[in-house]
Design a binder for this molecule. Structure first.
Ligand code: GLP
Length: 261
């Protein structure tokens, strides 16, 4: 697991955008796994800039979002489909039919989950998966207790997650109680994974995920099993890491050995 500590949230955003850009530079038809929430917004802004400057094209890329609220249709103001359309897709050259977000109001939710897994497999699997982290250590909407080998399925949201996400809704009561989410097994199948975390609110979850035991109680700790997982944090989110000086030394060594190209 690589841990990269950067000075602030804009640096985290730039790092993530560069990782996406180099994935597409290496493979124009890359399959990207995307996340929602506040954390990836800076990276998405940078990707839009690169695309406007014609330094990056998404026309052959395919994207799969991690999750969606059950009960919210694609046009609901708080749906993740709407968030992605507004904050990214409509501002890039990606054809909308190459973007996938689980359909939260599908008539048959169970077959929507199965279909989603099948679509990812048909696309050849995910090359780069972006992740945020919940304050309870969740990734996607894989709440504590999620099977470490889970696939896309319906997952009940914890009260803590609903409270954290209430800012996107008119009131707490309007926050849906369930989600469709890629499973932890689905996420671990991605060829590389980038988890972004910024702010002191994430420091405890980051420490538990990176340095705690591998446990379903901290879903993000499953990334310890992944052979190409990178955790990108700002100083605030890194504040509780016990091996912080080792992570800094490792990055200096990478630079010295020319491993960052
Ligand atoms: C939601 C999403 C997660 C995201 C998390 C953190 O629960 N389902 O994918 O990582 O929020 O969001 P934020 O970046 O706003 O802190």
């Amino acid at each position: 697991m690589r841990v990269v500590i950067l000075p602030d949230a804009p640096s985290v955003a730039r790092f993530a955008a560069e990782a996406v850009a180099s994935t597409i530079a290496a493979k124009s038809n890359a399959v990207l796994g995307l996340a929602t929430g506040s954390t990836p917004l800076g990276a998405y802004h940078r990707l839009i800039e690169l695309s406007r400057e014609q330094k990056l094209s998404f026309k052959d890329a395919t994207t799969f979002n991690l999750d969606e609220y059950v009960g919210l249709g694609p046009t609901h103001p708080a749906s993740y489909r709407r968030y992605m359309n507004e904050n990214l897709f409509t501002q890039l050259d990606i054809p909308m039919e190459q973007t996938f977000v689980p359909i939260g109001n599908a008539a048959n939710l169970l077959s929507e989950c199965e279909e989603y897994e099948r679509r990812i497999a048909d696309a050849g699997g995910i090359d780069l998966q972006l992740l945020g982290i919940g304050t309870d250590g969740h990734i996607g909407f894989n709440e504590p207790g999620s099977s470490l080998s889970s696939r896309t399925r319906i997952k009940t949201l914890t009260e803590q997650t609903r409270r954290d996400n209430a800012r996107f809704f008119a009131s707490f009561d309007e926050v849906p109680t369930s989600s469709i989410t890629m499973g932890i097994g689905t996420i671990l199948d991605a060829r590389s994974v980038l988890l972004l975390a910024t702010g002191t609110g994430k420091a405890a979850a980051v420490q538990a995920a990176v340095e705690g035991s591998l446990t379903a109680s901290i879903p993000a700790s499953a990334l310890q099993l992944h052979r190409a997982a990178t955790i990108i944090v700002d100083e605030a989110a890194a504040a509780r890491l016990e091996r912080i000086s080792y992570y800094r030394d490792s990055e200096s060594e990478r630079l010295r050995l020319g491993l960052n190209q």
